[in-house]
Design a protein around this ligand. Sequence first.
Ligand SMILES: CC(=O)N[C@H]1[C@@H](OP(=O)(O)OP(=O)(O)OC[C@H]2O[C@@H](n3ccc(=O)[nH]c3=O)[C@H](O)[C@@H]2O)O[C@H](CO)[C@@H](O)[C@@H]1O
Length: 364
Amino acid sequence: MRIAVSGGGTGGHIYPALALIREIKKRDHKASFLYIGTENGLESNIVPREDIPFKSIHITGFKRKVSFENVKTVLRFLKGVKDSKRILKEFKPDVVIGTGGYVCGPVVYAAAKLGIPTIIHEQNSVPGLTNKFLSRYVDKIAVCFEEAKPFFPEAKTVMTGNPRASEVIDYKGKKGLVSLGMDPNKKTVLIFGGSRGARPINNAVIKVLAELREKPYQILYITGEVHYEAILKEIELNANPENVVIKAFVHNMPEILSGIDLAVTRAGATTLAELTALGIPSILIPSPYVTDNHQEKNARALSEHGAADIILEKDLTGGNLVQMMDSILMDPVKHMDMKQAAKNKGVPDSAERLYQVMKELKKK
Ligand SMILES: CC(=O)N[C@H]1[C@@H](OP(=O)(O)OP(=O)(O)OC[C@H]2O[C@@H](n3ccc(=O)[nH]c3=O)[C@H](O)[C@@H]2O)O[C@H](CO)[C@@H](O)[C@@H]1O
């Protein structure tokens, strides 16, 4: 099968696409792939590491307010459609799949207009603008939350889950933590603010760094690439406790996740798919800056089942974060219950489900 994939901007849209490609490679050795992204999204850094052919188009997202920028965006969209058509005609895919981010708009729209079978993958409980727009033109819409279904035409929509769930369950043990110099015999908390990091989470963590030194657990704290240098400068004064390892970004997240006991994070949908597939309890601090507040809805879909605790950003302090981490890690019964509840929400066979949808589309 020849498959063109498009998804970008942030990790939450890129990693599901890569996980799907990885799954298909295992099952169809002859499959070939083309990834279409932008030069300024995280995809231009992440995808080439995976040895997948990468082409870029130039496109920007719509501003929600009326502005002249939007006129330029429409022009760029039309140019993006033209460029996508040229790339697609050359590659001749059997199926085109979009995994979110505004780059998918022109690519998947162009594919639909060329009569190529198309799918969009919506990771969130509330769809973004691009997927709402594309849902009219595509053949299938794959979703990860029951809550997302009502936003799309029923006949086209299918529940697959997020392929990243299938990728992370292939990793076992604490090799990833040990490679960072961490102790495999200690309980571990992973703190990160999604794929780009989150300043409010960083602010809260920095304030309690010294206090964390006394804890019987260790912490892997990922700041996000753009915040890293500033954070290091800020904590020079406090000195970094030995049980806290600080990184800007890790490229081997599945290897890390298999070894952790608790995650403190934003409520990005791909992160949640990973945590639930592995049955990892979490403290979620949803970003309030996303479309339709979808992260809080993602988070509630877990917390309502006991799989996660939520701290809203407006209530976040270093103090209540540490208190909540302690209350989960120091209470084995609560920890076990949350693990089980998280696992119950996981969809570990997502990649296979999505691949089936693609195969059926190709047959038609
Ligand atoms: C601000 C914004 O618009 N965020 C959206 C974006 O989030 P974002 O890109 O942060 O997405 P997620 O939290 O869903 O996924 C982050 C991904 O990056 C990986 N990772 C993270 C840190 C690191 O050091 N290494 C690493 O590999 C995680 O394991 C995960 O696979 O896409 C998500 C999925 O559509 C949405 O739910 C989020 O609302």
